[in-house]
Ligand binder design. Sequence first.
Ligand code: GSH
Length: 262
Amino acid sequence: MDVIAKPVVWEHPLSPYAQKVKMALREKGVAFETRMPTGIGVGTTDDAFGRASPRREVPAFIDGDVAIFESRIIVDYIEEKWPAPPLLPPAPADRARCRMIEEVVDTQLEAIGWGLMELRVFRRGDDATRAKLETEAQRQIGQFHAFLTRHLGDRPFFAGEIFGRPDMAALPHLLASAKPAEGTPLAAWVARCMARESAKLTAAESQASLAGMAQVGEAVKAGLFKRQYRDHRLEWMMRSGGVEIVRDGMAAGNIRFSTEIA
Ligand SMILES: N[C@@H](CCC(=O)N[C@@H](CS)C(=O)NCC(=O)O)C(=O)O
């Protein structure tokens, strides 16, 4: 009898994009394996992970001969291959609303959380720069909360009655850098999401991986690990007042931009 290999998610448990993919698979009951790339943050591409993910970003998804990078393209594939239960509501207008939430969360909200990690975990910048960027981040998170609260309205989930794609995209942020205040509609939404096994397990894996971050901090200082300043992240740092952090990181060789496609 042929043994059919399980799909593989290349991931880091802290990555909100990888978390979205794992929650999608878990909601659909698809068994999968996870692998963590060695040497993520260095930028080389000549290994199995680099072949699946030419930008060397997690998540990447391997399903037999199929290799896919970019979390939204991965979740599209999962949805098309395993349609039940659906991760988007049926009406076109609702589907568009969900996709817009996923878009702003994946780009602009993620950039704020990532920037805060640069300040709090990797201690970039001097005290004054860190304080200025913290204040700016909190202002932006406040605006994001207002935006999300408006879009949630009186629905149980951003996807309506189902725990769907926009919920899976937003949850990792609202459990971490963008925690809503207790008693708010967003805090009630977090609690509803966390009642899902898929969310609870994925969040626990993310939490457990935090312990390893101290070592990464040392590797970054030594220039062995380069943090990826791409797209919205770079823009966030520049426009929020961290131009010297970018300059110093480039001089120290411990930041990198996107890996070129080759
Ligand atoms: N747009 C991509 C973003 C993926 C991404 O930025 N992943 C980060 C981790 S959260 C990564 O692997 N960065 C490479 C690095 O840190 O070197 C997606 O949605 O999959």
